[in-house]
Design a protein around this ligand. Structure first.
Ligand code: CP3
Length: 340
């Protein structure tokens, strides 16, 4: 019998939805903070043994129904030739942002097996340590990776990114094609290592108008997803609402939505064959447990008995109270759909 999450992602009947959540291994957990006091974030991402330990932390503490391999979306930028840093309090930085055709010419097309070996290795280790727990793989979407590569850091307006799209579209297309191919091969390497599903994070797609999203994000998600198969592929975007009608065109097998969309409406728009993941507001975890439980039940009822994976609408925040996380998971675990 396959796991709950595999069944939910296949649209098969389940007694209750599976639950995992974005950033489930991270700073809101004491175990994670203790390890991070000794080891830098990039070291955690670069060492399969440490990454496997961190991947296990939320699985052991909360009995989530799936693990997500511990890493980040940005090591892909290192693989194409840019150094990255995570400075305390500043978020990620790309040391030499790419803002022109000549900058772009210095990027390389790596062999993914050589350049990005840690995540598949972490997945293999996790599977031998915890064969009964399914593990998910992931990568950043080409457009979201382009955002960091060109802007050089997180940003409110991403002006360098939009300037490149609109003043040097050929250069932007060239970089996005490179990213799509690397991301596609990287996801395939994670499926081959045993990931039961993979998620493509398009966190910053929401900065684009619907027309620009169709021009600059959609084709490259299609291209990346077209290069991998053998397990369900989930597309996540924060600010999903403006593109709701178009999300199934990505070719993804399931869609992960943020909290600003009604999950019942999303299901109606996507149709019965596309499983949906989401969509509790991460800030709801700061509410009293009864309020969290009420919101969890509401989402589960609105999503319906088939094809729903319970998740947050974005990553869990570092200051989140553990009791909130426990209430959410417990409420999902107590759900019982009548047998169909
Ligand atoms: O979900 C998981 O548990 C797997 C691990 C994971 C991390 N980052 C760990 C992380 C995943 C799937 C990501 C994805 C990621 N990384 C995204 C897409 C999803 C999203 O959250 O929108 C993005 C945009 C990034 C880039 C990134 N990494 C930023 C902007 C930051 C700094 C902001 C912050 O939260 O501090 C990171 C750092 C990061 N990635 C941390 C973790 C646990 C914190 C690092 C630390 O320990 O200091």
């Amino acid at each position: 019998m396959s796991s709950l999450i595999e069944r939910a992602l296949a649209g098969q009947p389940v007694p209750r939805p599976p639950v995992w959540f974005m950033r489930q291994a991270g700073r809101y957990m004491k175990e994670y903070r203790e390890l991070r006091a000794k080891v830098s974030f990039l070291k955690l991402c670069g060492d399969a043994d440490l990454a496997c330990q961190v991947t296990l932390q939320p699985v052991e503490r909360f009995r989530v129904d799936a693990a997500i391999v511990f890493s980040d979306i940005l090591p892909v930028l290192e693989a194409i030739g840019r150094e990255i840093r995570f400075d305390k309090g500043h978020g990620p930085r790309v040391l030499e942002p790419v803002r022109s055709a000549s900058d772009a010419a210095s990027l390389r097309r790596p062999d993914v097996a050589d350049a990005l070996p840690v995540v598949p290795e972490t997945i293999r280790r996790f599977r031998s340590a915890r064969p009964q727990t399914p593990i998910l793989g992931f990568a950043g979407a080409p457009f979201t990776l382009l955002c960091y590569l060109v802007q050089g850091s997180g940003s409110r307006n991403w002006e360098h990114v939009k300037a490149l799209l609109w003043s040097e579209p050929t250069t932007a297309d060239h970089i996005l094609s490179l990213l799509a191919d690397v991301v596609g091969d990287y996801l395939q390497s994670q499926i081959d290592a045993g990931a039961v599903a993979v998620q493509i994070f398009d966190t910053w797609a929401g900065i684009l108008s619907p027309e620009d999203w169709r021009r600059w994000s959609l084709p490259y998600v299609q291209r990346a997803l077209g290069r991998c198969s053998g397990a369900p592929r989930i597309y996540y975007t924060k600010d999903s609402a403006p593109y709701l009608d178009h999300l199934t065109q990505t070719g993804a097998d399931a869609i992960s939505i943020d909290w600003r969309v009604d999950i019942a409406q999303a299901r109606q728009v996507f149709g019965p064959t596309i499983p949906v993941q989401g969509n509790l507001d991460p800030v709801a975890l700061f509410a009293p447990p009864d309020e969290i439980r009420r919101r969890v039940r509401r989402i589960i009822q609105a999503a319906g008995p088939r094809g729903h994976v319970f998740n947050l609408g974005h990553g869990v925040l570092p200051t989140t109270p553990i009791e909130g996380v426990e209430a959410m998971i417990d409420e999902v675990h107590q759900t019982r759909w009548p047998e169909t």
